[in-house]
Design a protein around this ligand. Sequence first.
Ligand code: UTP
Length: 275
Amino acid sequence: MITKCLFPVAGYGTRFLPATKSMPKEMLPVVNKPLVQYGVEEAIEAGMTTCAMVTGRGKRAIADHFDISYELEHQISGSGKETYLASIRDVLDQGVFTMVRQREMKGLGHAILTGKSLIGNEPFGVLLSDDLCINDGPGVLAQMAELYKQFRCSIVAIQEVPAEETHKYGIIAGESLKDGIYRVDEMVEKPAPEDAPSNLAIIGRYILTPDIFDIISEVEPGANGEIQLTDALQIQAQRGCVMAYKFQGRRFDCGSVPGFVEATNYVYENIYSAS
Ligand code: UTP
């Protein structure tokens, strides 16, 4: 049973400036709920009730969101407005929140290595909350946790993307074992369409085995000084096994303005208005 999920939430969110100048990108609301809360709810649903956040400067609003606001609780206690707090109260009842700060933004691989002290020596989930995933059945992390019981190795969530978008993602190549499940042979970070080994793109959901920490420590930073998780996963795939899983559900790239607007319209029409 995987009980911990790492949330790298230290990035600058430059694509949303000026909104993200003093507010974390992960607190941007899709309708009435911050992005990171959707992620935490997905992790808790998957049984990953310890949510380990890798934060940075300017991200205190995230820590405050996952804590009690006594003034607010007192102010609306007994009024009809209490219903608006129901979802976050549920999350606080079920989850445990731990935080560590990434002092320098040296990439996703470095953020995950920074989270090692919160995870220890056990398999864990990783959720990038700017990828908002919605499914009628079990959430993406729950689907992956189920798969982990079978394969006992790292798993990345993938989806097919148009060829002209491969440069935005880590792209995998591998052997198809059964419908939607691949054993990864190769991973390339942000390839041009002509260099991409497939159109199967890694999105922001992972199950990682703890040997990934030592592997990340070995990885040399790329040209931009960032330590790429994809490079570490490529090594892990060569030494042992990494699986890729075409998940059930829809994913919105809320790290980009068009994806965020699309998610907002979808959630408003299909979830908020229907509730
Ligand atoms: P992104 O590159 O998509 O996020 O990183 P960003 O840097 O915040 O966004 P832009 O490109 O400037 O608009 C993917 C995820 O990894 C986290 C980010 O917070 C995001 O969830 N991340 C990235 C870290 O936590 N630390 C890093 O050093 C880099």
